[in-house]
Design a protein around this ligand. Structure first.
Ligand SMILES: [Zn+2]
Length: 575
């Protein structure tokens, strides 16, 4: 922590406040005209318009985006309880067939619900007990009609039978039927962007999760399937196939549900009561044993900051895959070549990334942010990626100290584009900009400097995670919680970084009178106010600029006066 108000170089002699400004108390006073929406009840229309105005480059959603992205009446009328995904995978035919049992509680009386399954997969039939149900497909949506009224509060279960040859698409393929280097079948899923409905029928949205799940996967006898949760057992079906059964004891995102089918070998470890299980190709066993030794230390670091690993009963797994990695809940996909850095690179370019395996550290961080705490709409995915990228720096801090953590974060600045707001349009399946990672992390680091009390900051991080673990939340929930628990009005700061393209710029004007500097923020949020440290290295002074000019005396010249831009992600304009 940097000691405030002890500078011998910079003497803050006078702060003249403009009549309309209450700079020093502004942080605790909400002066804006925009109210804080209540947690989880934000007006989607208001906020969506707010974002849309600033995101001229966003894709115009098509019908499939809207049907997937909207939490419409036939999703909102029910609450998921349980899935049993029971599927046979044929590597030669590159096909799937099986069923998903969907158990749900009706929240309102109704006779129609919406699930999703993408073409070209077929729906073979939908049954409630022995009764076939009618259904209607509309792009990737599947509207299922019941011959009776389903009653609010009652629990119902249907079986959706499906089959076909799914088509790979997107960054990691969604689902791929590949071969390992020895030409054995190697099949995996990674469908966060494409949606889980690319390979199995489900309620394909982010707001509602099942409470627990069974996954049964039938594969040819020579292969192993590693899915999420705890390994229950395997059964030789006598027809050349073996069924692998997994049980997930916690809520899980649809896109986290994974197939990893290959010629895996297994080894394991423990961290206290937590089982660590690793599945890799046989030729990589020795490399994996060396590299995966980083996993217990990673979990210890995150447990230090946030509390117990979220999925204790399901264990923690690393599973080798042909792509770089993905945070599949309790079964993290790993494809980082058993090297430190990210695919062999010094990821943030400041010599720190090469000390650890980026995929182990980043993807596993998602167990806390992404899998345990989940965004309720894809638009707010920074809650996964901004936070988990910040978690990387916490791992660095835990291992090597704060100075290295700040340096690690600083290496992210060149990756930020500031061309689109981090929060995307809501309810239309919009993909947020990559800035959600690095700018999100630097915003959180900026908030740490605004709080300016490391003990308090780490208590806030712990309490925030504990408050929202296993829940699906929106940006408004994050902001409201931090406002309430810091006693500050951080809304304009969050909004500036999340809902606009430009970061705040500190305007510094020297030389109107000897030994004086004028200062203010240039920001899109009219009531933007954020303390910031200025001065020289080792002699920082906190000032409280707003969007109105203030001035102070300083012996420092334009060339000498610095802004602590490693602690605050801001621009500086000295004139
Ligand atoms: Zn991530």
């Amino acid at each position: 922590m940097r000691a405030p108000a002890r500078s011998k170089v910079l003497l803050l002699l006078f702060v003249f406040l403009l009549p309309s400004s209450l700079a020093h108390s502004q942080a605790t006073t909400q002066t804006g005209t925009k109210p804080n929406p209540p947690a989880g009840q934000a007006s989607a229309n208001t906020w969506a318009q707010h974002v849309r105005q600033n995101d001229a480059t966003a894709k115009v959603p098509d019908r499939a985006d809207m049907l997937r992205g909207a939490y419409g009446p036939f999703r909102a009328n029910n609450n998921l309880l349980y899935y049993h995904l029971d599927v046979r995978v044929d590597p030669d035919q590159k096909s799937l067939s099986g069923k998903n049992t969907v158990r749900f509680r009706m929240l309102q009386d109704g006779s129609r619900i919406q699930l999703d399954l993408q073409e070209p997969l077929q729906i073979d039939k939908v049954l409630m007990g022995a009764t076939p149900l009618k259904y209607e497909r509309d792009t990737s949506a599947v509207f299922i009609d019941f011959p009776i009224t389903l009653h609010a509060g009652e629990v119902y279960s249907i079986d959706v039978f499906f089959s076909g040859k799914p088509v790979s698409s997107g960054r990691f393929g969604g689902i791929t039927f590949g071969k390992d280097p020895a030409a054995r079948p190697w099949i995996d899923t990674a469908c966060e962007g494409e949606g889980a409905s690319i390979w199995w029928p489900n309620k394909d949205q982010w707001r509602d999760e099942v409470e627990n799940m069974d996954i049964s996967v039938e594969v040819p006898n020579s292969l192993t399937d590693v899915s999420n949760g705890k390994f229950v057992g395997k059964t030789d079906l006598g027809d050349g196939y073996t069924r692998w059964d997994w049980h997930v004891s916690y809520p899980i995102n649809n896109y986290d549900v994974a197939l990893n089918i290959g010629n895996y070998v297994h080894f394991g470890d423990h961290l206290g009561p937590l089982a660590l299980d690793y599945y890799v190709l046989p030729e990589d066993l020795d490399k994996a044993k060396a590299q995966f030794a980083q996993a217990p230390g990673m979990i210890e670091a995150y447990q230090h900051y946030f509390g117990e690993y979220p999925f204790l009963h399901d264990g923690y797994k690393l599973v080798e895959v042909p792509y770089s990695g993905m945070e599949h809940q309790s079964a993290v996909s790993y494809g980082n070549r058993f090297e430190n850095g990210y695919l062999g690179r010094d990821w943030t370019g400041v010599g720190i990334s090469t000390r650890f395996d980026f995929i182990i550290i980043h993807e596993s961080g998602h167990e806390w942010f992404g899998n345990s705490i989940t965004a309720a709409d894809r638009s707010d995915m920074w809650i996964h990626e901004g936070w988990t990228t910040y978690l990387e720096s916490l791992y660095v801090e835990y291992r090597w100290g704060k100075e290295d953590a700040i340096r690690y974060l600083g290496g992210m600045k060149p990756k930020i584009k500031n061309l689109r707001p981090i929060v995307a349009e809501r309810g239309v399946n919009a993909e947020p900009t990559e800035d959600q990672y690095f700018k999100g992390a630097l915003m959180i680091n900026t908030l740490r400097s605004v709080v300016d009390d490391d003990a308090k900051w780490f208590a806030l991080l712990y309490d925030f995670y504990q408050r929202f673990k296993y829940q699906n939340i929106m940006t408004e929930d994050v902001i409201l919680w931090f406002n309430q628990h810091t006693g500050m009005n951080l809304t304009p700061i969050f909004d500036q970084y999340l809902r606009h393209t430009q970061i705040p710029r500190l305007e510094l004007l020297f030389g109107e009178a000897p030994g004086m500097v004028m200062y203010k923020w240039c920001a899109d949020e009219d009531d933007f106010a954020m303390p910031v440290q200025v001065g020289t290295a080792g002699h920082w002074q906190i000032i409280h600029p707003t969007t109105h000019w203030q001035w102070m005396q300083t012996p420092l010249t334009k060339e000498q006066l610095q802004v602590a831009t490693d602690l605050y992600y801001v621009e500086v304009n000295k004139q």
